[in-house]
Design a binder for this molecule. Structure first.
Ligand SMILES: [Zn+2]
Length: 338
């Protein structure tokens, strides 16, 4: 890998092994918390099966939090500094920032905030949005994921003391009134993960109908690129979703491939649910050669395998040293002609 290479897009496709976790749940009904379930088609049997899911929202949320931890807070907007999910909308809504039009909102957000730029946001007034440069699919258990609902009892302080000091009848009453039984799900499994990151869009203002511009300089773009990749490293070494207070996941493994392009070409995505996804991506990468690639006798789609979490962090480190791609926007874009 050359350090001078520019990276257009990156896909991370892999299988993560997480044991005894409860990273994402449907919600709680009464005293029972239900694990999040999804229906998929099992590629082996071609039949629909219910399996364990962790939503893309949850993974994006974990990535956002890690980015926040790693970021210099001076490079964030007032909302992102305190992880307010409204992001730049908060600045507009509270009148901290005055914007002339949607283009100007985008320009100010891109120039102010590392998180707003890469993770995207919605603005109510004037109505506009910034599409995230980072995308996550659902992570789901490759059948068979093991799921269990465990029953727990919460005992209130003072219960033991009152039992000792009071007679049998009131002892039972006290026990009933201070003990709460609840049910918590725990799962173990191999999870298929897909995520795409678009470094070429960092700092790119796409709000105008007739012209796109990069509204931040190359140093800022590089800083944001690095930050996103570092957060990916930590996402798989320390997934911090729901219920980690008592269900901190036993992180065991993460293996798969990183696919990246060095010229404008969308990276292929194939689900790691398929056993042969790595070979298939490698073949696709060979087939999608551009004319320029042929001239230069190389491919602009690169496939890098990683065998475990440590190897993943190493391979991402190699990407961190590269630069985010900047598309050539030309001088006269879309100004009436095709
Ligand atoms: Zn922000």
């Amino acid at each position: 890998m050359s350090e001078n290479e520019c990276v257009y897009e990156i896909a991370i496709l892999g299988r993560a092994v997480w044991q005894l976790h409860s990273l994402n749940n449907e919600g709680t009904v009464g005293n029972v918390t239900e694990p999040r379930s999804v229906r998929i088609i099992d590629p082996n049997t071609k039949k629909a099966v219910t399996t364990d899911g962790i939503s893309g929202e949850m993974l994006k949320h974990i990535h956002t939090e890690i980015m926040w931890i790693l970021s210099d807070k001076n490079n964030l907007c007032a909302a992102c500094r305190v992880l307010n999910p409204e992001k730049f909308n908060f600045a507009i809504k509270t009148g901290k920032v005055k914007a002339k039009d949607v283009e100007n909102v985008l320009t100010q957000a891109l120039q102010t905030c590392d998180m707003c730029d890469v993770h995207g946001f919605l603005i109510e007034k004037p109505t506009t949005s910034r599409k995230s440069t980072i995308e996550f699919g659902w992570a789901f258990g490759i059948p068979e994921v093991y799921r269990d609902i465990h029953t727990h009892a919460r005992h209130a302080l003072g219960e033991k003391k009152s039992k000792e000091s009071e007679n049998q009848e009131s002892e039972e009453e006290t026990g009933v009134s201070t003990q709460m039984v609840y049910h918590r799900p725990t799962r173990s499994g191999v999870y298929a993960i897909i995520s795409v990151f678009q470094p070429w869009r960092i700092g790119l203002n796409e709000a105008r109908q007739n012209r796109y511009t990069y509204d931040v300089n190359d140093d800022v773009r590089k800083r944001r690129y690095k930050l996103v990749l570092k957060a990916y490293q930590l996402l798989f070494t320390r997934p911090e979703g729901a219920m980690t207070t008592t269900r901190l996941p036993h992180v065991e493994d993460f293996s798969g491939i990183i696919v990246y392009s060095t010229k404008p070409i969308p990276v292929p995505v194939i689900t790691p649910l398929k056993d042969n996804y790595i070979d298939e991506i490698k073949t696709i990468a060979k087939n999608l050669v551009s004319e320029k690639d042929e001239e230069e006798n190389e491919t602009s789609l690169k496939v890098v395998e990683f065998k475990d979490i440590a190897d993943f962090t190493e391979k991402i480190n190699e990407l961190i040293n590269k630069k985010p791609y900047k598309i050539d926007l030309g001088d006269q874009q879309c100004s009436g002609q095709n």
